[in-house]
Design a protein. Structure first.
Length: 256
C-alpha cells in the first residue's frame, strides 16, 4: 500500500508484505527412492528445498529410501560440501536396508518351501549359476531378479515404514504447519513419487512391485492416490558405464 507525500510514493512496508503473501497448492507427498540413483535424486531435491525454505524437508513431505548397497548408505554423497551433505542426510528412520546376503539367497534357493511364492518369477537354476555372487550387499550388480528378491525379502519393513510415514502426513497439524511455509494442502489427495534408475538391479528390479504395494497399502487411507514414477534411462550413465556394463544397462531398462 502507498500514499503520496510531496509527490513521492510512500510505502507501508508491513502492509505491502502482507498483501503480497501468496500460498501455493501442494499435496501430501511421499518420495520413494530406490537404489543409489534414487538416493542422489532425493538429496538434490532436499537441497533445493533447503535453499528455498531453510529446511531440507517440508511438513507435507516424507522420504523412504530403499537400497541394497551398504556403501551408498554410509556415504550419501552428491559431491557437495560436508556441511551441506550433513544437513541433507537421510535418517535411519528413512531407510529400508535391502541388503541381501548370500546365506539368505541360498535359503530361498535350497529350501523352496521357504519361498513358494517366489518361483512364479524367480529362476532357481539362475541363482545356482551365480554361486556366491547371488547376493545384494554392495548393490544388486545390475541383476534385476536380485533387486526384486531383496524387496520381497524386506517387504514387512517397507510396509511398516510406509504406513508410519503416511500416518505422519495425515496428522492433524500438517495442514497448519504447511500453511506457515505458504502451502495450502489438498485435503483429499496423496502424491507418491517413485524415483530410480532403470539401468541397474535395485530400482529396475523392484519398482513395479513397490508401486503395486503402494496402491494396496493406501486403499483405506481416505485419500485419492496419485502415483508417479520418474526413471533415469541408461543414456544418463553412458560416460560411466563401458562395454558390457552399458549393454546390460540397456537390456535392464528395456526389460523393466
Amino acid at each position: 500500500m502507498s500514499s503520496k507525500y510531496n509527490g513521492f510514493d510512500v510505502f507501508d512496508e508491513y502492509s505491502d508484505r502482507v498483501a503480497e503473501q501468496k500460498t501455493y497448492g501442494a499435496f501430501r507427498t511421499i518420495y520413494v527412492l530406490l537404489g543409489g540413483s534414487g538416493m542422489k535424486i532425493g538429496l538434490r531435491l532436499r537441497k533445493r528445498v533447503l535453499e528455498a525454505h531453510g529446511r531440507a524437508c517440508l511438513p507435507f513431505q516424507q522420504y523412504i529410501w530403499l537400497d541394497t548397497d551398504g556403501r551408498d548408505q554410509n556415504a550419501q554423497t552428491i559431491e557437495d560440501s560436508k556441511v551441506m551433505e550433513d544437513r541433507l542426510r537421510f535418517q535411519p528412520e528413512d531407510l529400508v536396508d535391502l541388503r541381501l546376503p548370500y546365506e539368505r539367497v541360498s535359503l530361498f534357493r535350497d529350501m523352496p518351501q521357504e519361498g513358494e511364492w517366489l518361483w512364479k518369477w524367480l529362476d532357481r537354476d539362475f541363482l545356482k549359476e551365480l554361486g556366491h555372487h547371488a547376493n545384494a550387499i554392495e548393490g544388486a550388480a545390475q541383476i534385476r531378479s536380485l533387486g526384486r528378491l531383496a524387496f520381497e525379502n524386506m517387504f514387512p519393513e517397507f510396509r511398516q515404514r510406509f504406513e508410519t510415514k503416511g500416518g505422519r502426513l495425515r496428522g492433524p497439524k500438517v495442514t497448519e504447519q504447511s500453511r506457515a511455509f505458504g502451502f495450502d494442502l489438498d485435503e483429499k489427495a496423496l502424491e507418491v513419487v517413485i524415483l530410480c534408475s532403470l539401468a541397474g538391479g535395485t530400482g529396475a528390479g523392484c519398482f513395479i512391485q513397490v508401486g503395486r504395494s503402494i496402491q494396496d497399502l493406501t486403499q483405506n487411507w481416505g485419500l485419492s492416490l496419485n502415483l508417479t514414477g520418474y526413471f533415469l534411462l541408461p543414456e544418463v550413465f553412458r560416460s560411466r558405464l563401458r562395454g558390457e556394463a552399458y549393454e546390460v544397462a540397456q537390456a535392464n531398462a528395456y526389460a523393466a
